[in-house]
Design a protein around this ligand. Structure first.
Ligand SMILES: Cc1ncc(COP(=O)(O)O)c(C=O)c1O
Length: 388
């Protein structure tokens, strides 16, 4: 099969044949080569490839209505919103198309909330090594220089603090009038750094005391990935706003902003919107995904597989000097190396194992939530072979 990355703006360093099909946790390229997939579309394909429930919802809704418009209510949007509200802290939902859009909306909602209270609070605090998206607001909240280089000037009013550092964060919070703090309970792109319960508790207490909106970006770590539906459930604190995307559309573009009533009611028709956000087809798939990933049996499976994967990786740490530590929760797992693991990821690709880098020196394992012990064993065997 012919393939050519020169057709595209070179924003992705892609190589190899195009991927053309998938089944379960296996992706297949145009030459028929199979890959054991521990990336799952960067934490999108929670149910794996070729899921029968998703296929049925796709066909059923495809025959009924592909797009109606946000001028009218949508039955699939209502069903998904109701289930999100039932399974979280939220009172209301705003749908969009992606993670970056969800974070843009969350930042706008937080500032609107502050402005409705006639407060002068507009500043946004985020954390080094976090990742919130590529549009200007979300990119500016992404406190990593490499994502900003060449794109200045950035929007004003963004400040950064060290992750998991209570004193450093407190010092930053005293520097400006903050409307919101945005944080990933687990920094995915930034290196699989898990927030400590003490840090999250501090953020909750400080933001409550100072009337600041606390936004959790659960775009990568939410929707069952950590073994609970939402990562915050394991950290003992609840946000005011939560952003979700990636797996929620079952492979179609969908994002959701989960919001408390008081903040939601600061918005009026026309204040924010989107043409495609909450598209009927994406929401129909979203309902299938949410029903499945909120199921106790699925969540228990994620916990069990996550523990198994981490235990197996800990053994590789003991065996190989290059490996430093094992990080993560549930099936968002990191293997931290002493040096850049780029070559290991390339070798794994050659050997038919898909893994992806996070931060400077971490390999990320974010398989479909349906991954099995046998598939974990296969991945570990390939990894050990490479390290040996
Ligand atoms: C935590 C987090 N937030 C936001 C985003 C941006 O999402 P999207 O690529 O859908 O815009 C990502 C994507 O990797 C993410 O991991």
């Amino acid at each position: 099969m012919n393939y050519n990355n020169d057709l595209f703006v070179p924003t992705y360093g892609r190589s190899g044949a195009p991927m053309v099909s998938g089944k379960g946790c296996t992706l297949v390229d145009g030459n028929g080569k199979e890959y054991l997939d521990f990336v799952s579309g960067i934490a999108v394909n929670a149910l794996g490839y070729g899921d029968a429930g998703l296929e049925k919802a796709l066909m059923d809704q495809g025959k009924k209505l592909l797009h109606g418009s946000n001028l009218w209510l949508s039955d699939t949007q209502m069903a998904l919103a109701a289930k999100l509200i039932e399974t979280s802290f939220a009172d209301r939902i705003f749908f969009c198309n992606s993670g970056t859009e969800a974070n843009e909306a969350a930042i706008k909602f937080a500032r609107k909330w502050a402005s409705k209270k006639k407060s002068s609070k507009t500043a946004i605090l985020s954390f080094f090594d976090g990742f919130h998206g590529r549009t200007y607001g979300a990119m500016t909240a992404t406190a990593q220089k490499k994502f900003h280089d060449g794109f200045h000037p950035l929007p004003q009013g963004y400040f950064y603090a060290p992750f998991n550092d209570i004193e450093g964060t407190k010092a930053m919070l005293e520097l400006a009038d903050f409307a919101a703090v945005i944080v990933e309970p687990i920094q995915g792109e930034g290196g699989v750094n898990v927030a400590t319960p003490e840090f999250m508790k501090f953020l909750r207490e400080y933001t409550t005391a100072h009337d600041i909106a606390l936004i959790f970006d659960e775009i990568q770590c939410g929707m069952g990935r950590t073994g609970t539906l939402w990562a915050y459930e394991q950290l003992g604190v609840t946000p005011d706003i939560l952003t979700s995307a990636k797996p929620i559309g079952g492979g179609l573009p969908l994002g959701a902003v989960l919001v408390k009533e008081e903040i939601a009611l600061c918005l009026a028709p026309g204040d924010h919107g989107t043409t495609f956000g909450g598209n009927p087809l994406a929401c129909a798939l979203g309902k299938v995904v949410l029903d499945r990933v909120s199921d106790k049996e699925m969540l228990d499976h994620v916990t069990k597989m996550g523990e198994y994967l981490r235990a197996e990786l800990v053994k590789t740490c003991a065996e190989f000097d290059e490996v430093e530590s094992v990080l993560g929760m549930g099936l968002l797992v990191g293997l931290r190396f002493k040096e850049d693991p780029k070559k290991i990821i390339e070798k794994a690709f050659e050997k038919g194992l898909l893994i992806v880098k996070a931060g400077r020196n971490t390999v990320r394992f974010i398989p479909a939530l349906i991954i099995t012990e046998k598939e974990i064993d296969q991945a570990i065997a390939i990894l050990k072979d490479i390290l040996a």
